[in-house]
Design a protein around this ligand. Structure first.
Ligand SMILES: [Zn+2]
Length: 223
């Protein structure tokens, strides 16, 4: 039986515009499942994601059906409950999500990262949490190419901070095919391709080990 990796992202395109090469890579040795928290703001985005997922070798996409832009404090517990349900259903060894600043700073991304982390730390069967992150130079170039599109983009990471680097060069053509599936997001897709095409084909992750030890017990007797 293949090992299982579950990716948890916010919008239908986060996986394709983010760690697509790594998902293709993992799909060779893992059963890769994707949980998408929101539906995106247009009905056609479901079909676009399903087409892209197929190209990337993702076995199945599960939707949590939140509205795009709605992932705020008021929905934290509802979101946590739904993510926990999916994780218990598939029992992945590895979970992948955004780094805690949400890569682009989108608040839906931040919420998904925080809530996924909260849920994962409760589940012993998850052994690794992979935080997808972008390097500082990538963020700098993205800001140039996207202009005023983002309100605030956190600065990104240095290479030294990344615990895991995946060389995704050989998956670049498939990645381009997957990106082309997001037809309603063509503007973003073109800007991403313009950015990524000039950069080394590597994807970076922070690796959080989970599930190995119990949380330290507080000594209530002290003090
Ligand atoms: Zn997004």
């Amino acid at each position: 039986m293949k090992k299982i990796l579950m990716a948890v992202f916010a919008h239908p395109d986060d996986e394709t515009f983010g760690p697509a090469g790594s998902l293709i890579h993992f799909a060779k040795t893992y059963e890769v499942y994707l949980v998408c928290a929101t539906n995106g703001d247009r009905p056609e985005r479901r079909g676009e994601l399903l087409a892209a997922a197929k190209i990337m070798g993702i076995k199945r996409v599960d939707w949590l059906n939140f509205k795009d832009g709605s992932l705020c404090n008021n929905n934290y517990h509802k979101l946590a409950g739904k993510i926990e349900e999916k994780l218990r259903q598939y029992r992945p060894k590895i979970v992948m999500t955004f780094e805690p600043k949400g890569v682009s700073g989108h608040l839906d991304h931040v919420a998904v990262s925080l809530v996924t982390t909260f849920v994962v730390t409760k589940l012993k069967f998850v052994k690794q949490l992979l935080y997808f992150c972008e390097l500082k130079r990538t963020i700098k170039l993205l800001k140039q190419n996207f202009g005023e599109y983002f309100i605030y983009v956190p600065p990104g990471y240095s290479r030294r901070e990344a615990d895991l680097v995946i060389n995704t060069k050989k998956y670049w053509p498939r990645r381009l095919q997957a990106m082309a599936c997001h037809k309603s997001q063509r503007g973003d897709s073109n800007r991403m391709v313009k950015t990524l095409t000039v950069l080394p084909k590597r994807e970076h992750f922070l690796v959080i080990r989970t599930g190995f030890t119990d949380a330290p017990k507080l000594d209530h007797a002290a003090g």
